[in-house]
Design a protein around this ligand. Structure first.
Ligand code: 4AD
Ligand code: MG
Length: 434
C-alpha cells in the first residue's frame, strides 16, 4: 500500500490536482451512468463522483456492486471545489482499490435504538455525530491545558488507586490490592491539595470513578474530572477562575470547532451569551426561596436534584453559581460559613438548558483541629488520612478548588440528551462492554 496520501482535511490545498486518499464508504447512490460515493477518512467527510464514461468498466462495476458501507479503499481522483456541499470540496474519481471488505455493516443510515448503538460503540464511533463529539472533547482538553497554563497552573497527576475517599464512602469501587483493599479514585482533590502547597496552582485531569447506582442521564461510573486547586486563594477568586475557564472553553470551541458544533446541532450563536461574564451568584438560601415561590416542594436542608437545578438555571439563561450549601449535604473538608454556621463556603455551578451541575467546588478548611475533628466524625482513619492532616500541620494556608465533570460540560455545550455520548466508551451501572 502506498501511504503518501492526502487527507480530506487537506483537500483545500489540492484543488485541481490528482491525489490519492485512504477512505471508508459511508453511503452510496448510483445510476447506470454515475455513482455518488460518500467518503470519510477520519479527518472529514466528502463526496466522490464516479462517471461511467471516465473510468474503466471494471472500476465502475466495482463501485456499484462490491463496495458497501464501511468498505475501506484507496481512491484516486481530482479535487474540485463544491460550494453546495458542507465540506466545500469533492473528488472526481478515476480509480478505486478495495483494501478491506465490509459486507454486512450493522449500522445503516437509518434510525437505530440507543442500546443497539451502544452495543456497537466500537463501530458507532465512525458515524458523523460521534466523530464530531470526539473532536470537540479533544479540543476541550487541549483548551483546558492552554487555559490553566496561561493562568500559572501546573498540571499534576493524582493517583487512581487510593486509600482515601474525599466525597463520601458510599459509592466507592473496591479493588483487591495485594493483601489489602484499595479504591478507584472518586476525586483527585485531596492529592491536589498537597500539590498546591508545593506548586501553588495545580490542576488534575483524569478519570474518576463512582459506583453510582443512579441511572440518570448525568451519571456514569467512570467520568473525567478537571480539578484545579489553588493555594492562597479564597472561594470568591476560585469562582472567578471557574467562570473564566468555562467562558474560555466556549469561546475556544466557537473559534475552532464551528463545523463540529453544527454537526451535533448546537448553533454558535446560542453559545455566545455564555462567553459574557460574570455569571450570576445566588445563595443556597435564596435558591430555596426561589424554588418555593416557583411551586417546588423543597425545604432548607434538601439537596437539589435535576428538577430543582433545571428550575434555578432557567431563571438566569446563563450558568449560575449556587453558594454556601448546608453542611450535611457537602463534603467534610469545607469550612464553616461565617454568616451561618449551619452552612459551608462552597459553590456549585449549574449549567443552563437543563444540564444541571457541571462544577462542584469550595474553599478548604485550613484549620488543623477542624479537619482532625471532621475526619474523626466521618470515621476517616489517621492511617489513611494522616497525610491530609499534615497539610494543615505544616504551613497551612487558605486554599480553594473545584472539579468540573468533563462529560457534563460537554453534554451541555453539544446539547446531548445523555452524557454517555460524550466519552468514547461509556461505563454505567449496566454497561461494561464494549
Ligand atoms: O461535586 P463533586 O462530587 O465534587 C468533587 O468531587 C470535588 N472533590 C471536586 C473538587 O472540588 N475538586 O464532583 C464534581 C463534578 C460534578 O459537578 C459533576 O460535573 C461531575 O463531577 N460528576 C459526575 N459526572 C458524571 N458522572 C458522575 N457520576 C458524576 N459525579 C460527579
Ligand atoms: Mg457535587
Amino acid at each position: 500500500l502506498k501511504m503518501d496520501q492526502i487527507t480530506i482535511s487537506q483537500a483545500k490545498d489540492y484543488v485541481g490536482k490528482e491525489v490519492q486518499l485512504g477512505v471508508w464508504l459511508t453511503d452510496k447512490r448510483s445510476s447506470g451512468k454515475i455513482a455518488f460515493l460518500q467518503l470519510r477518512d477520519g479527518t472529514g467527510f466528502f463526496q466522490g463522483i464516479l462517471k461511467k464514461n471516465q473510468v474503466s468498466e471494471e472500476v465502475f462495476e466495482l463501485a456499484r456492486h462490491d463496495i458497501h458501507l464501511e468498505t475501506s479503499m484507496v481512491v484516486t481522483g481530482t479535487i474540485d471545489e463544491d460550494k453546495r456541499s458542507k465540506s466545500g470540496y469533492e473528488i472526481q474519481l478515476s480509480d478505486i482499490k478495495i483494501v478491506g471488505k465490509s459486507d454486512d455493516y450493522p449500522i445503516g443510515n437509518k434510525e437505530h435504538g440507543i442500546e443497539f448503538l451502544l452495543d456497537h460503540r466500537h463501530l458507532w464511533l465512525r458515524s458523523r455525530k460521534p466523530w464530531a463529539l470526539m473532536r470537540i472533547r479533544s479540543r476541550v482538553k487541549l483548551a483546558t491545558m492552554e487555559f490553566f497554563d496561561k493562568h500559572g497552573f501546573t498540571q499534576f497527576d493524582a493517583p487512581i488507586l487510593t486509600s482515601s475517599a474525599p466525597e463520601g464512602t458510599t459509592d466507592l469501587f473496591d479493588v483487591k490490592y495485594f493483601d489489602t483493599d484499595a479504591f478507584l479514585s472518586q476525586s483527585g482533590q485531596l492529592y491536589g491539595e498537597a500539590g498546591c502547597m508545593a506548586l501553588r496552582r495545580i490542576y488534575t485531569m483524569g478519570p474518576t470513578f463512582r459506583a453510582e447506582k443512579s441511572k440518570t442521564r448525568r451519571h456514569m461510573t467512570e467520568f473525567w474530572m478537571i480539578e484545579p486547586e489553588m493555594a492562597w486563594c479564597h472561594e470568591e477568586e476560585s469562582e472567578q477562575i471557574q467562570e473564566q475557564y468555562v467562558a474560555y472553553l466556549i469561546q475556544d470551541l466557537i473559534d475552532h470547532c464551528a463545523k463540529e458544533l453544527e454537526m451535533v446541532g448546537r448553533s454558535v450563536e446560542s453559545l455566545k451569551p455564555f462567553t459574557e461574564l460574570p455569571y450570576p451568584r445566588v445563595t443556597y438560601k435564596k435558591a430555596i426561596e426561589m424554588l418555593q415561590k416557583g411551586g417546588l416542594d423543597v425545604q432548607y436542608g434538601d439537596d437539589f436534584g435535576s428538577p430543582e437545578e433545571t428550575f434555578l438555571a432557567d431563571q438566569f439563561k446563563k450558568p449560575v453559581f449556587i453558594k454556601n450549601y448546608p453542611r450535611e449535604i457537602k463534603a467534610f473538608y469545607m469550612p464553616t460559613d461565617p454568616e451561618d454556621d449551619r452552612q459551608v463556603i462552597c459553590a456549585d455551578l449549574l449549567a443552563p438548558e437543563g444540564y444541571g451541575e457541571i462544577i462542584g467546588g469550595s474553599e478548604r478548611s485550613y484549620d488543623y483541629e477542624y479537619i482532625t475533628n471532621k475526619l474523626e466524625e466521618n470515621g476517616l482513619s489517621k492511617k489513611d488520612y494522616g497525610w491530609y492532616d499534615d497539610l494543615r500541620k505544616y504551613g497551612s494556608v487558605p486554599h480553594s478548588g473545584f472539579g468540573m465533570g468533563l462529560e457534563r460540560f460537554l453534554a451541555w455545550v453539544t446539547l446531548q440528551d445523555h452524557i454517555r455520548q460524550n466519552i468514547p466508551f461509556p461505563r454505567m451501572i449496566n454497561r461494561l462492554r464494549p
